[in-house]
Design a protein around this ligand. Structure first.
Ligand code: ASC
Length: 151
C-alpha cells in the first residue's frame, strides 16, 4: 500500500510538472512535431500580426480565434526538443538549444507568456493593445531565433 501511494504520488507530481511532455518513437517524429506546432503557431500569429500592421483588414473575431490557436500551439513545441533530437530530419535547431537549456526554456516560457497576453488583448478587441502585444510576441520570436535557429 505504501509503495502504491508512493508511485501514485510520483505519477501525480510528474503529470502536474510536465503537463504536455510528449514522448516520441523517433527523433524524426519529434522534429516533425515541433516544426508542425511552430508552423501552426506562426500561421495564426502571422494572421493577427498582419492585421496589427494594417496589411490585412482588422477582423476582431478572426484575430481572437487565431490568437487562441496560437496561444495553444505555443505550448507544444518545447517538449519535442528532447535530447537526441538535433538530427533526424532537415531542421535549423542550433546545438545551443541543448547546451544552454536554461536560456532556451526561459525564451520558450516568455513566448508562451507573451502569446497569452496577445490572446487576452484580442479578446478586448482593442487594436492598440493588440499592436503592442504583437510587438512583444514578435520580439520573443526574434530573440529566440537569433540565439537558437540557424540561418
Ligand atoms: C513571424 C515569424 C517570425 C516572427 C519574427 C518577428 O511571424 O515567422 O519568426 O514573426 O519575424 O520578428
Amino acid at each position: 500500500m505504501k509503495q502504491f501511494i508512493a508511485i501514485a504520488t510520483a505519477l501525480a507530481i510528474t503529470c502536474i510538472a510536465f503537463p504536455a511532455s510528449a514522448q516520441f518513437a523517433k527523433a524524426e517524429d519529434a522534429i516533425k512535431y515541433r516544426q508542425s506546432a511552430l508552423f501552426v503557431m506562426q500561421q495564426n500569429f502571422g494572421r493577427v500580426a498582419a492585421m496589427a500592421s494594417g496589411k490585412a483588414p482588422f477582423d476582431a473575431k478572426v484575430a481572437a480565434d487565431s490568437a487562441a490557436v496560437a496561444e495553444f500551439a505555443a505550448r507544444l513545441p518545447w517538449t519535442a526538443f528532447a535530447d537526441g533530437t538535433d538530427k533526424g530530419r532537415d531542421n535549423r535547431a542550433k546545438a545551443e538549444i541543448w547546451s544552454d537549456k536554461a536560456k532556451f526554456n526561459e525564451y520558450a516560457e516568455k513566448t508562451q507568456l507573451e502569446m497569452s497576453k496577445l490572446a487576452a488583448a484580442t479578446k478586448t478587441g482593442n487594436l492598440d493593445s493588440i499592436k503592442s502585444a504583437v510587438g512583444a510576441v514578435g520580439g520573443t520570436c526574434k530573440t529566440c531565433h537569433d540565439a537558437f535557429r540557424k540561418e
